[in-house]
Design a protein around this ligand. Structure first.
Ligand SMILES: [Zn+2]
Length: 259
């Protein structure tokens, strides 16, 4: 089966058609989806959505763009959500110095606070890092005691050298539609990472893979990402999927799906 380790099926672009999105990914052979929150409201929504589907789990957290919204009240509610039986990670959290929608201080506070919460609840966390490579590396290196439950560099887009640092810190990496784009040149980076650290994702509704680039993405299209990984690894699809599923279950230990 295929796995979408990072999707936003809660996004308003889908206009309430969750049932058809689920049918579509199941028909495509996708057997596990992690629906990901990016603020308190979307975290509530992915929790509700995942309650209805055995093959859907969720992560909850406040994205760096929304860091300014994290206060004592939202932290308390977030912790309640994170204790849900289908919540498998904190995230997405991290740094975004491309959009700069929250100040650097707000982003630092939110990232660190949520890493501490993840550690306290024995959960892994999912990192969003954009235009923040050095800052993210240094931040994690300085907080090694908060990394023992693992972390995922989602939509990984940095160098092989930086990947080596995250890998040495125990990190996992997920790749999405970008690796299928023409001239993506991601093959060498993927080859440089240990096979037991690689996951697949869509980050839908964004980043639809080739040949759907620019259209509304959904979890069924993770198949194209997994096909690209199998091509890079020169392994057949079944073996590739088995490795990716094992990696996903090793990182997100709360997933209790029968596989
Ligand atoms: Zn995302």
């Amino acid at each position: 089966m295929f796995v979408d380790a990072h999707a936003h099926l809660c996004d308003g672009k889908y206009q309430g058609e969750i049932t058809s999105l689920v049918e579509k990914y199941r028909d495509a052979g996708v057997g596990l989806v992690i629906n990901s929150g990016y603020d308190l409201k979307s975290s509530e929504k992915v929790m509700e959505q995942s309650e209805d589907y055995g093959d859907m789990f969720f992560s909850a957290g406040v994205h760096p763009d929304e860091a300014k919204t994290l206060d004592n009240r939202s932290i308390d509610r977030l912790i309640e959500i994170l204790k849900h039986k289908k919540c498998v990670a904190v995230g997405e959290i991290g740094f975004d110095f491309y959009w700069n929608k929250s100040t650097e201080d707000e982003q630092i506070f939110a990232f660190e606070k949520q890493m501490e919460i993840a550690d306290h609840l024995s959960l892994p966390f999912v990192v969003h890092s954009r235009d923040a490579s050095k800052k993210t590396v240094d931040f994690l290196k300085d907080r090694k005691s908060l990394l023992k439950h693992g972390f995922l560099m989602h939509c990984y887009s940095e160098s092989a050298e930086t990947a080596k640092i995250y890998q040495d810190l125990g990190g996992y990496f997920s790749f999405g539609g970008v690796i299928t784009f023409k001239n993506a040149k991601k093959d060498d980076i993927i080859k440089s990472i240990l096979k037991d650290r690689i996951l697949t994702e869509t980050d839908c509704p964004y980043l639809a893979p080739h040949p759907f680039r620019g259209t509304l993405n959904d979890s069924s299209k993770v198949v194209f990402v997994a096909q690209k990984i199998s091509e890079i690894w020169q392994k057949d699809q079944q073996e590739t999927n088995k490795i990716i599923l094992e990696n996903t279950l090793r990182l997100f230990k709360k997933i209790d799906v029968e596989v």
